[in-house]
Design a protein around this ligand. Structure first.
Ligand code: ADP
Ligand code: MG
Length: 319
């Protein structure tokens, strides 16, 4: 790419006012670095995710959906820390200049930036296989971030929304890349649970987002908190469209190990259970208690009061 072409591309697709307006920047994209000021008494929460075509998203998905999904996956990490979104950077590697792709991608970023209040501070644009690398930055009051460690014996284990939808949605998209049904949307446009994460500050004892599969991700809370848990399969929140699509055993399998729903899993002392149940109605999604933190290490599953075996694979393995 000629350097004029490169700078025109960056200006046209990544320096749109709608991408920079949500949160002030002392200096936005265009110089060697952006300059960002964190408000007093806040910590900067930082997280990065790379998404590779063919592995983390379907390469022929509409570009707008690719952008929405990439940013949502990153915003979900901020939600899981209880942080408020502020800025992101974008490193885009693509095989060649493709204006139709870039326009759709940029429109998807604008949609997310405005919906969730995050501003694009800078990035890098290079040639190569399609890879999207996003780093998000958010604020959290100092000392208030929700960590994976801290779950206490007796806490309830909760999840937001419903589980297994994204894995089922991916099946629908593999049949029809333009599918727009509820399950497909749960895959290409997941909703980061930012309001819930901020509400949980000072209340939840541990939290994370479900990206690799509930059982595997809950395992991180258990090992970092040095506790065990029992989880009741009958309590698993499963959406009506997933119930309509697959038989019960398969629904449960996707809910336990499917991943990519970007729901929050958190542990909460009983004292906060009542306020949480009234919160669900105002947020517009379910909040479900699925189990309890216990002293005995390890994870136990029950179904109709009977112990059942854990699935052989607990979730997605990257390597
Ligand atoms: P440098 O060579 O100093 O790294 P670049 O030519 O890569 O600078 O980028 C020029 C400016 O454009 C920088 O401010 C950078 O942050 C911004 N930029 C480049 N690519 C992107 C992108 N994909 N999204 C947002 N900003 C970008
Ligand atoms: Mg650069």
């Amino acid at each position: 790419m000629s350097s004029t072409g490169e700078f025109d591309l960056i200006r046209r697709y990544f320096q749109r006012p709608q991408l920079q307006s949500a949160v002030p920047m002392a200096l936005g994209p265009g110089d060697d670095c952006a300059l960002l000021e964190v408000p007093p008494n806040q910590q900067l929460a930082v997280s990065a995710d790379s998404l590779v075509a063919g592995i983390h998203f379907l390469p022929h998905m509409p570009a707008k959906h690719i952008a929405q999904r990439c940013l949502a996956a990153n915003l979900s990490d901020l939600a899981a820390m209880g942080a408020k979104p502020a800025w992101f950077t974008l490193c885009l590697t693509m095989p060649e200049r493709d204006d139709e792709f870039l326009q759709g991608f940029s429109d998807g970023l604008v949609d997310m930036a405005q919906r969730y209040g995050i501003a694009l501070a800078g990035g890098d644009t290079t040639r190569g296989p399609l890879v999207i690398s996003i780093q998000v930055m958010g604020w959290v009051p100092a000392g208030q971030a929700l960590l994976r460690k801290g779950a206490q014996v007796g806490d309830g284990i909760y999840v937001s929304g419903t589980l297994g939808d994204a894995a089922a949605g991916l099946m629908n998209l593999q049949d029809d890349i333009l599918a727009q049904d509820y399950l497909a949307q749960r895959f290409f446009n997941p909703t980061p649970r930012l309001q819930l994460g901020q509400w949980l500050q000072g209340k939840a004892t541990a939290a994370l987002d479900v990206s690799d599969g509930l059982l595997q991700d809950l395992g991180h809370i258990l090992s970092q908190s040095q506790v065990g848990a029992s989880v009741e399969l009958d309590k698993m929140p499963i959406s009506q469209p997933l119930q309509d699509k697959l038989p019960p055993a398969k629904q449960r399998d996707l809910a336990l190990t499917g991943g990519e729903d970007f729901e929050l899993c958190f542990t909460l002392p009983d004292a906060h259970a009542a306020p949480l149940s009234s919160l669900g109605a105002s947020l517009g999604h379910q909040l479900t208690r699925i189990g309890t933190i216990e002293t005995e290490l390890g994870l136990r599953l029950t179904h109709a009061g009977q112990a059942v075996n854990l699935p052989t694979s607990l979730g997605w393995q990257h390597f």
